[in-house]
Write a new protein. Structure first.
Length: 404
């Protein structure tokens, strides 16, 4: 069974055993050559005719098996394949005209070979041509009506049935290739999601650790107690960062907006920036909407702490109809002429996956607005909200992280 599974439709044999299985499957249909074999074995022909009959039949079977085995379902055929088809037609015609009606079944195999080997646009005329040659040969040797119908129907239907199988094989091959492409895209998207989450997580945590380390260093000579408190905070933040990274790696992290508000207040206070933040979100949000806004808040506050040089930062969360808006504004200098960096670019991509958008405004200070549908649910793409594993390949994004 393993070999039959491995020789799936549209897939070439990969070893000798699979090749033997395919050859046996093709050779099974040669049992219908019992009529010409019986005719030759009965001795109803002269010795030269019998010898030539056996030789011609052996040559026909060899050519047929070799052609169907090697060239079935190939997109393009070499010139020799058309030559073999021509030889099969010639042998069928000569043997049928010289040895009688028992050999007319060879035209059925010729029609099947045309359907299996030739592209559809060529098989459309080759199969009727083989059927017409069968009818002409049958009329010449004097076959009765019932026998003629019993040959013409399999000849026509067998050939076109093989064209259907050929199309099925082609479709199956394309589906297999598409499935592989989807799997690769899904893996790529999952790697991008993980890189984006890790960048966001570590960018925020490492920025806070750096600030607290610098503050502890300045306090250490004169205020060892305060410095020890900062070191304790560094330990707490680093432990939490380790937990966050582990959760992100397992693919089940969904940040909480309430937790991010608390973390943002602490980070801004440590950086000496006055924080004007709400105690919690003003309206109940779906977990996925909250997750998308929490990532936006983390990225925005990290940029304020690292780059803005601001003295004041205000955060507002409001709902306007079917959309929830997170606004983070400061009185710093903004990104300047450098434009948005990887962090804002990744955040824009994350919000786009959540069905939202990102707006920024410079001038006196810098304002970031993140819009997300209030009823957004990320069942189709949990990575958009920082949730579980991605179900499929949708979109693409560069790794986003803290910092412009």
């Amino acid at each position: 069974m393993a070999d039959l599974d491995n020789t799936a439709i549209g897939r070439a044999p990969e070893n000798r055993r699979q090749a033997v299985v395919k050859l046996i499957w093709i050779a099974m249909w040669m049992l219908y050559l019992g009529s010409p074999v019986s005719d030759l074995a009965d001795g109803g022909h002269a010795l030269p005719g019998t010898v030539l009959g056996w030789a011609g039949l052996a040559a026909y079977v060899t050519l047929y098996l070799g052609l169907v085995f090697r060239r079935t379902n190939a997109e393009r055929q070499p010139p020799w394949a058309y030559g073999v088809l021509g030889l099969l037609g010639a042998l069928a015609l000569v043997l049928g005209l010289t040895l009688g009606s028992a050999f007319l079944v060879l035209f059925v195999y010729l029609s099947v070979a045309c359907g299996a080997v030739l592209p559809l646009r060529q098989a459309r005329w080759a199969i009727p041509l083989a059927t017409a040659a069968l009818a002409l040969c049958a009329a010449t040797v004097g076959v009765n009506g019932i026998t003629l119908v019993s040959l013409l129907v399999p000849c026509m239907l067998g050939g076109f049935a093989m064209t259907g199988v050929r199309q099925l094989v082609r479709t199956t091959r394309e589906l297999r290739e598409a499935r592989q492409a989807v799997a690769q895209l899904a893996a790529t998207e999952e790697r991008l999601r993980l890189a984006r989450d890790l960048h966001d997580l570590l960018g925020h945590s490492l920025s806070l650790i750096t600030l607290k380390s610098e503050l502890a260093g300045r306090m250490l000579p004169d205020r060892p107690g305060d410095a020890a408190a900062q070191v304790a905070d560094i330990e707490r933040v680093s432990r939490q960062a380790l937990v966050d990274v582990r959760e992100a790696v397992t693919g089940y992290r969904r940040p909480s907006l309430a937790d991010e508000l608390v973390a943002a207040r602490g980070a801004l206070r440590t950086a000496g920036i006055h924080a004007d933040l709400p105690a919690e979100a003003t309206a109940p949000l779906t977990p996925d909407t909250e997750g998308a806004l929490a990532w936006a808040l983390r990225e925005a506050v990290t940029n304020v702490v690292r780059h803005s040089g601001a003295r004041r930062c205000a955060v507002r969360v409001g709902e306007d109809g079917a959309t929830v808006c997170l606004t983070v504004s400061d009185d710093g200098h903004g990104p300047g002429d450098a434009g948005p960096g990887n962090g804002l670019t990744g955040l824009e991509e994350r919000l786009a996956l959540a069905g939202g958008r990102l707006e920024t405004e410079g001038g006196r200070g810098f304002t970031l607005r993140a819009f997300v549908p209030a009823g957004y649910a990320a069942a189709h793409d949990p990575g958009a909200a920082g949730g579980g594993p991605v179900d499929g390949a949708r979109g693409a994004g560069r790794p986003a992280g803290a910092g412009g």
